[in-house]
Design a protein around this ligand. Structure first.
Ligand code: HEM
Length: 376
């Protein structure tokens, strides 16, 4: 463990070993999430800022569990697998749109971002015309260059927009996640307020598209670069679910996850004082050779690696089953419908995001010879 100064000036312990990272993330009694998981990279998320009602990612214990119990069943494996035909339709529509465009195209902004935005918006019942409100809020929140005021100015319209959706759906429920959360959140001992429902739904909109979009473009980059691995998927698409896990392990798209020690404690023999910040570097942990001897190798045939690319412990990604369905459908459909997909510039010229909390290529210029019709 080393002492580091983060980009926002926070001094913290950097934890990189797989077992140590799991220990930190798995013990919320000792390591609180109150200060926010990205306060060390984003100046717009100061650790001492008050936690808005419904912003469950910064809650601990029973308070946090109350929200996870509400959201968990709505984002379960079974429910998300039922979404697969809708996801397939949206992926095919986006690929049809690519077919109408002359390559090169940026696969990140020209395919992945619009795709994952429309999937999360469909799930929550946000009409297409209103999507810029959450796209702008997320772009500002995840940008290292935006300050507290700019972020508040971008988040306020989102909270009030989702607040109005909650109000509308309370009177006239639809077949969408917000309506179901209202129904499920209204009963019980501690009913959820409209603000809590709106802010937690806004959290899903914000967390739910750039992560997966970055994973799509970063994952495709890795596969195009390691063409032997892509060839394996083409030869045997049944490898795709395992490939998705391997790509999330190999690349991850989140920066380290910050926690704050609630009491004097120890990790790997290192004394940590109450109030110290700890950054659990999940990406480094996924490359720990003590856990996985050939961790630096991309291997789509790998059996379970028990990766922590979706986090670990009580804050483990609530949207991971949705992300998995999206990634599986995208990988399968891209390799089937655009078998000639290739990088349009040399690998060395790809630039990476350095000013955001979600990592990956800043743009992924790709080209192809032809796009096959859907369903072939
Ligand atoms: C490949 C795509 C994704 C990756 C790699 C990813 C990664 C993560 C990670 C590492 C965490 C843990 C944060 C922590 O411990 O502090 C997390 C939490 C979270 N993720 Fe994801 N995520 C992805 C997709 C999504 C999607 C699609 C959604 C929404 C549907 C989502 C919503 C959330 C939320 C709301 C949390 C906070 C959970 C909590 O604090 O209880 N994520 N994600």
């Amino acid at each position: 463990m080393v002492r580091v100064t983060s980009p926002t000036g926070i001094e913290a312990w950097l934890v990189t070993r797989y077992s140590d990272v799991r220990e930190v993330l798995g013990d919320p009694d000792r390591f609180s999430n109150r200060s926010g998981q990205v306060g060390h990279v984003l100046a717009n998320t100061p650790p001492d800022a008050p936690v808005p009602a419904g912003w469950f990612a910064r809650m601990d214990g029973a308070e946090h569990l109350r929200f996870r119990r509400l959201l968990g069943p709505e984002l379960s494996v079974k429910r998300m697998e039922r979404l697969r035909p809708a996801v397939q339709l949206l992926v095919d529509e986006r690929i049809d749109a690519l077919a109408e465009t002359a390559p090169p195209v940026d696969l990140y902004q020209g395919f992945a971002v619009p795709l994952t935005s429309s999937i999360i918006a469909e799930l929550l019942g946000v009409p297409a015309a209103d999507r810029p409100v959450f796209q702008k809020a997320a772009a500002t929140l995840f940008d290292r260059n935006s300050d507290v005021e700019e972020t508040e100015a971008a988040m306020a319209p989102l909270f009030s927009y989702v607040g109005s959706l909650v109000e509308q759906r309370r009177h006239k429920p639809g077949d969408d996640l917000i309506s179901r959360l209202i129904t499920r959140g209204t009963g019980g001992e501690q009913p959820f307020s409209d603000t809590e429902l709106a802010v937690s739904a806004a959290g899903l909109l914000i967390a739910g598209f750039d992560t997966t979009a970055s994973m799509i473009s970063y994952g495709m980059l890795a596969l195009l670069h390691h063409s032997d691995q892509l060839a394996l998927l083409r030869a045997d698409p049944s490898l795709i679910p395992g490939a998705v896990e391997e790509l999330v392990r190999y690349l991850g798209v989140g920066t380290g996850l910050m926690r704050e020690a609630t009491r004097d404690t120890e990790i790997a023999g290192q004394r940590i004082a109450a109030g110290d910040f700890v950054i659990a570097a999940a990406q480094a942990a996924n490359h720990d050779v003590q856990h996985l001897p050939d961790a630096d190798r991309l291997d789509v045939t790998r059996a379970s690696s028990q990766h922590i690319g979706f986090g670990y412990g009580p804050h483990q990604c609530v949207g991971q089953q949705l992300a998995r369905v999206e990634l599986k459908v995208v990988l399968e459909t891209l390799q089937r419908r655009i078998p000639t997909l290739r990088l349009a510039v040399p690998f060395e010229q790809i630039e990476f995001k350095t000013d955001a909390a979600v990592t990956g290529p800043a743009a992924l210029p790709v080209a192809w010879d032809s796009v096959l019709p859907a369903g072939r």
